[in-house]
Design a protein around this ligand. Structure first.
Ligand SMILES: [Fe+2]
Length: 252
């Protein structure tokens, strides 16, 4: 099933949901507070979830010795600058079982080719997380998702290396209509590693005019979270643009 808007409406009808649910489900706004929802759109369970909803501080606060302590002051400053990557809703279009690969878009996939790279870090924002798994999916250049389980078009799983680094190549996702407006371009991620809280989130691009507060997903999505917005710069060769998205996980 293509995720063209008509297909999505048919999908909702198949689910037995009222048309009014379309807006919420398309954006994954049905439930932005809970987590652990289905990650398989074909299962019929499209409730969105957010595994990163825990907003507690990842680090213990410095003890108060009652005396000036430069080291503690520095630690406090670092802690303030060190933020776990924010979570965002999963949406209804995740598919389990995407292949391990670092090129998500076939050579003939229409669109501007981009590279996203970064490092997955622990809650101190320093310690690399090796062999973390990044499950990545996004819409095509026209804003449509694809759910063929043979092709897994514009989907893939990427592992971090021993230094916590990852890199993948794909195309710039298109924006898609929602509730009479338009969602900003985004890439979905589910980042997992034993010992850390799974992170379900979305990556956005600086300068997109549909970022929050213009995102029709409203408070259900987090396109205003600066930890989720990256700059793009010119790439090399066939790569039009590239950007860096470092990801900071919380310990479980
Ligand atoms: Fe999406």
């Amino acid at each position: 099933m293509s995720d063209h808007p008509d297909s999505r409406r048919r999908f909702l009808k198949w689910l037995g949901l009222a048309p009014g649910a379309l807006l919420l489900l398309e954006a994954g706004c049905a439930d932005s507070a809970s987590n652990g929802a289905s990650r398989d759109a074909s299962s019929g369970d499209t409730s969105a979830g957010d595994t990163g909803a825990d907003t507690s501080s990842p680090d213990a606060s410095p003890s108060d010795t009652g005396a000036p302590d430069t080291a503690l002051a520095d630690a406090g400053a670092d802690a303030g600058a060190c933020e776990p990557t924010g979570s965002d809703v999963e949406g209804p279009f995740h598919l389990d079982g995407a292949p391990q690969r670092t090129v998500l878009a076939d050579a003939d996939e229409p669109g501007e080719r981009i590279v996203i790279e970064g490092t997955v870090l622990g809650p101190d924002c320093r310690t690399p997380v090796a062999q973390a798994n990044l499950d990545v999916w996004h819409a095509d250049v026209e804003g449509n998702y694809h759910d063929d389980r043979t092709e897994y078009r514009l989907r893939g799983q990427v592992q971090t290396d021993a230094q916590g680094r990852y890199r993948f190549e794909t195309i710039m996702p298109g924006r898609y209509p929602l509730g009479g407006s338009t969602r900003p371009a985004h890439i979905h991620f589910i980042v997992t590693k034993p010992g850390f809280v799974p992170l379900t989130t979305q990556l956005y691009f600086a300068g997109d005019p549909f970022l929050s507060p213009n995102d029709p997903c409203g408070s259900g999505c987090n396109s205003g979270d600066p930890t989720l917005i990256i700059d793009l710069e010119p790439g090399q060769g066939d790569i039009s643009q590239q950007g860096r998205f470092d990801i900071v996980l919380r310990r479980s």
